[in-house]
Write a protein that binds this ligand. Structure first.
Ligand code: ADP
Length: 176
């Protein structure tokens, strides 16, 4: 685990399974149709139970880079924010801006929901194929930009990484 302070907010990078985090908000790396699937999305829905999927079905769609929320079912969180990362297509399809938007829009929504703590997975770093080092830098820089730009009530932002490769990349980005 590694931690820095940005203003009064702790930014924490840790290894782990995001479904076990105790935070106000768990962020899901969803797909546009909010249908669940593999990776972290599947793990979050399995841990949350069926109520989350039925809320997702009602919402129906989320554009790439945007964020929506549901309650968190059996997770130890108040809400789950579902954000849709870009699929890596070589870097010429606005991927960087879209990935940054995922973090910024999730944090804006978390603040609206009065959250003081939030946990993110490594959005787009699995089947969506984003280069890990770049994704890690975008994540950390977007979080810092949010904290410097928008008044908010957050106390703790956690990045929960599932394997050594992503953990090491996010650790380096945090310490850069
Ligand atoms: P995407 O489609 O956005 O790439 P994935 O779920 O395929 O989403 O992968 C995103 C990241 O989430 C990957 O780094 C993957 O290793 C990680 N991941 C998978 N399961 C979990 C979990 N239970 N907790 C935290 N991270 C997870």
């Amino acid at each position: 685990m590694e931690k820095i302070k940005e203003g009064s907010v702790d930014i924490i990078v840790k290894k782990g399974d995001i479904t076990e985090e105790e935070v106000d908000i768990i962020v899901n790396a969803a797909n546009n149709r909010l249908l669940g699937g593999g990776g972290v999305d599947g793990a979050i829905h399995r841990a949350a139970g069926p109520s989350m999927m039925s809320e997702c079905r009602k919402i129906g769609y989320c554009p790439t880079g945007e964020a929506v929320y549901t309650t968190a079912g059996n997770l130890k969180a108040k809400y789950c924010i579902h954000t849709v990362g870009p699929i890596w297509q070589g870097g010429f399809k606005n991927e960087e801006k879209l990935l940054s938007n995922c973090y910024i829009n999730s944090l804006k929504l978390a603040n609206k929901l009065n959250a003081s703590s939030i946990a993110f997975p490594a959005i787009s770093c699995g089947v969506y194929g984003y280069p890990i080092e770049e994704a890690a830098n975008i994540a950390i820089n977007s979080i810092k930009k949010f904290l410097r730009t928008y008044p908010n009530n957050l106390k703790e932002i956690r990045l929960v990484l599932f394997n050594d490769t992503t953990y090491n990349a996010f650790y380096r980005a945090l310490k850069a």
